[in-house]
Design a protein around this ligand. Structure first.
Ligand code: AHR
Length: 531
């Protein structure tokens, strides 16, 4: 791919002086699609953390907040519209401290415990296995259950699988007693979470043995086939991946990876809603830093698994800012601006590119925690800019990925803004293309092209060339706002929301070309029908 590099400062000065806009081209190779964008790349994550579950998803049947069997109606409606394919639960770090038997049976008899990982909040266990799996049925999504191998036992794990999926035997009888006759279908199980850290501080060699032991006793019951996911590396820990590929190999169906767009793990992570232009560009550079990381993990996987049988799942990703002032420490409640929307779009664009190996991703988290879809406060709810990106990208779910070449301006952004980040091995600067794009073809043959003009000040004219295809019509949706820090609040819930986009036209003389004018800091998804 040919790219033009011009110093960002110089280029911006020239553009401003001459009142010009940026120009770029995207060539979509419409007949070269070989991999499908697994819908599970649009997965979500719900942890017992802060108000993600309690208050966000679940208010209980006796709540004055309108609910269906304890689930908030407003949140249910909004989530159904997102076509969520898969939901990961109960953690995160919480998973390796969770004992599932505490969360079954009559709610008033369930024992309480302190959520020692997340703020010392009292966990009353009113949301447990039944509440989670029934929620997945309501949302028509697949459950992904993370097992406790850090502080649990092999027996506990094996009985949990049996309780959820067997149609006879003692665990099935216990389930019947608790009100559920038919087993649920549970395909995805995580064998631990961050086992190198909060999930048990294990070495990769030790974890590999633990994985093999625990996974042996996670059995397929009653026609349910498990897809077993090993707890993978964080960021740049390639040794973890190498060791697991060597020692676990095809005993796992997939290996996870966690990558957060975060300044560092010590000290301030920066504010979600107050930031400079430089902070914004740094953030997008850091977000795109996931691509070389994915490539390196995949290269290791390729050496052990040339046939591509083991999936790579980015089962935690997204932005991580300082908690909002006035919220409970340890609850990771953060606001969500247009900057977060860009992180969502750019990350999804990267995941699409590696969809031959990446089979699932789970943004952290679904409500009220980190880069969430939804924020709630008592009976109020707002949808975040990130929610809208996920909605605009629905047509890419299960569509065929179409490779594209992008020629656009680029800028160099510093790599780590602060000392103490975990990113010591990378280059001091990162290249940030001013345009990000991804294309796919759905089952009906309709093309979808998502474009993001990263530039905060300049509009951008994109010449889209559809190789070997002619466009019949083009329509679209745009997400943009006056300021990059704009966000939706309980008082003003509609500051950022998608609108119809009218800036794309099929070229009259050559219908294989579409000209798109993207306003500064905008994200667009086009629907293109072809002749
Ligand atoms: O998503 C918040 C936390 O981040 C998760 O519990 C943990 O797995 C990760 O470190």
């Amino acid at each position: 791919m040919k790219r033009i590099f011009i110093s960002s400062m110089l280029l911006t000065l020239c553009l401003i002086a001459f009142g010009a806009e940026r120009k770029s081209t995207v060539t979509v190779h419409t007949s070269e699609g070989t991999s499908v964008i697994n819908r599970n790349i649009y997965g979500q994550f719900a942890e017992h953390l802060g108000t993600c579950i309690y208050g966000g998803l679940w208010v209980g049947e006796d709540s004055p907040i309108p609910n269906t069997n304890g689930y908030r109606n407003d949140v249910l409606t909004a989530l159904k519209e997102l076509h969520i394919p898969v939901l990961r639960w109960p953690g995160g770090c919480f998973a390796d401290d969770y004992h599932w038997m505490d969360g079954i049976g009559p709610r008033d008899k369930r024992p309480a415990k302190v959520n020692s990982t997340w703020g010392g909040t009292l966990e009353d266990n009113s949301f447990g296995t039944h509440e989670f799996l029934n929620l997945c049925e309501l949302l028509e999504c697949e459950p992904y259950v993370s097992m406790n191998i850090g502080s649990g036992t092999v027996r506990e794990t094996s009985e949990w699988v049996e309780y959820m999926t067997a149609d006879n035997g003692p665990m099935a009888e216990l389930r019947h007693k608790n009100g559920r006759t038919n087993p649920w279908k549970v395909k995805f199980i995580g064998v631990g979470n961050e086992s190198w850290g909060c999930g048990g501080s294990m070495t990769p060699e030790y974890y590999s043995n633990e994985y093999r032991r625990y996974a042996t006793y996670c059995k397929n019951f009653s026609g349910n086939t498990l897809y077993k996911i090993a707890s993978g590396a964080s960021d740049y820990d390639y040794t973890w991946t190498e060791t697991l590929m060597k020692n676990i190999g095809n005993r796992m169906d997939a290996l996870s990876l966690h990558y957060y767009t975060v300044l560092g793990w010590n000290g301030s992570k920066g504010k979600a809603t107050t930031f400079t232009d430089d902070d914004y560009y740094w953030c997008l550079g850091k977000c795109l830093g996931i691509e070389p990381v994915i490539k390196k993990h995949i290269a290791i996987m390729d050496r052990y698994d040339a046939k591509n049988n083991i999936g790579l799942l980015v089962d935690e990703w997204g932005t991580w800012w300082d908690e909002e002032e006035g919220t409970t420490p340890g609850h990771l409640f953060q606001q969500n601006t247009m900057r977060d929307a860009f992180v969502a779009a750019l990350s999804l664009n990267v995941f699409h590119k590696y969809s031959d190996r990446i089979k699932m991703c789970n943004i952290a988290q679904i409500a009220n925690v980190l880069q969430s879809m939804i924020l709630t406060n008592d009976d109020k709810m707002v949808l975040t800019p990130t929610y809208y990106v996920f909605k605009m990208y629905i047509p890419h779910q299960d569509a065929t990925f179409l490779p594209s070449d992008i020629v656009c301006d680029e800028m160099q952004v510093p790599n780590e803004r602060f000392q103490g980040g975990r990113n010591q091995e990378e280059e001091p600067t990162r290249t940030l293309p001013m345009l990000s794009a991804t294309a796919s073809r759905d089952a009906k043959g309709v093309l979808h092209l998502s474009l993001a003009n990263v530039d905060l000040k300049q509009s951008q004219t994109v010449s889209v060339k559809l190789e070997e295809t002619k466009a019949k019509s083009v329509s679209g949706t745009i997400l943009t706002s006056k300021n990059i820090a704009d966000h939706n609040t309980f008082k003003n819930p509609d500051t950022v929301k998608p609108e119809q986009f009218k800036g794309a036209k099929v070229n009259k003389k050559d219908a294989s070309v579409i000209t798109v004018t993207l306003p500064a800091k905008s994200i667009v998804t086009l629907e293109i029908t072809t002749k």
